[in-house]
Design a protein around this ligand. Structure first.
Ligand SMILES: O=C(O)CCC(=O)C(=O)O
Length: 281
């Protein structure tokens, strides 16, 4: 039974603002995680049958909002996902990307976003237990803000694969040597971070699983509006680069059969900004 109050405390909000991330434990139950893994299994099997193994993809990933994974798809409408997200980036925030991801390797240090004119947060749930040497997400506290955010770019830490990082290559350090918080987790725990926050995961293995739920702050200022317009313009190309298989905004999700008012607001916003049309380009 879903409780109806998942509000963050003032201290949790302060933690998020100052350190750029927040951890919540046991947000979903063991049974719910089992259901997610079952849906993940069957969707992955179908999609892998239809994809070319030679095709260049960073990792296998597909949108959560599809009728083949109904429980996972329902999670955006669950207060355990949207309530704290709205507290962190605004009551008029909107989930744009929400994906299931199956990784086969490590992820080197990177922020998802460097442009501070777009404010997005990512909720990530790992569907298997994670430890420091087995795929736990690492975040560099307070790296969402400058000067640290830019300093890490300047020294050349970024590299989706460890070998791509100029800083690691030249320093002789490895990714795991970088000072950070390590999110060791059990399925059902959730980490939320600003997409500006630098993160990585080491100790990767085949079919390491996450489900992600991102929320975008509604842009108000001129620079924010221009940045969002650019985001829409680049949307189709970025989706292709990531190798995401399937429509992000599936027609069955857009139908909103239960007439959820919040989802209706999201759909209107996504239409107004052009995200829904962009997925067909
Ligand atoms: O678990 C991983 O490999 C990293 C995940 C990541 O980079 C992300 O969710 O943005």
């Amino acid at each position: 039974m879903i409780q109806d109050n998942y509000s963050l405390t003032e201290e949790q909000i302060k933690h998020f603002e100052v350190f750029g991330f927040l951890v919540r434990r046991n947000v979903f139950t063991t049974d719910e995680v089992a259901k997610m893994n079952e849906e993940f299994d069957s969707r992955r099997a179908v999609l892998l049958e239809g994809t070319d193994p030679e095709e260049k993809r960073f990792f296998d990933n597909w949108p959560n909002r599809n009728p083949e994974t109904p429980f996972i798809s329902s999670l955006l409408d669950d207060p355990r996902i949207y309530q704290h997200s709205e507290q962190l980036v605004g009551e008029d925030s909107v989930p744009v990307h929400s994906n299931a991801n199956s990784y086969s390797q490590d992820s080197g240090w990177h922020p998802d976003r460097t442009d501070h004119n777009i404010c997005t947060i990512k909720n990530v749930m790992y569907l298997q237990p994670t430890t420091a040497d087995r795929g736990a997400l690492r975040v560099i506290p307070s790296s969402h803000k400058n000067p640290l955010h830019k300093d890490l770019l300047r020294i050349g830490l970024r590299g989706f694969k460890e070998n791509d990082s100029q800083f690691l290559k030249k320093s002789g350090l490895c990714g795991a040597d970088i000072p950070c918080y390590i999110f060791e987790s059990n399925p059902g725990d959730i980490i939320t971070f600003y997409e500006w926050t630098w993160h990585a995961a080491f100790g990767g293995y085949k079919d390491r699983r996450t489900c992600t739920f991102n929320f975008y702050r509604n842009p108000k200022e001129t620079d924010e509006i221009a940045a969002m317009q650019l985001e829409v313009k680049n949307y189709a190309e970025e989706t292709r680069t990531l190798g995401t298989v399937g429509l992000q905004f599936h027609p069955t999700w857009l139908e909103n059969p239960d007439h959820y008012p919040r989802r209706e607001r999201w759909i209107n916003w996504l239409k107004e900004w052009g995200f829904i049309q962009a997925q067909y380009k």
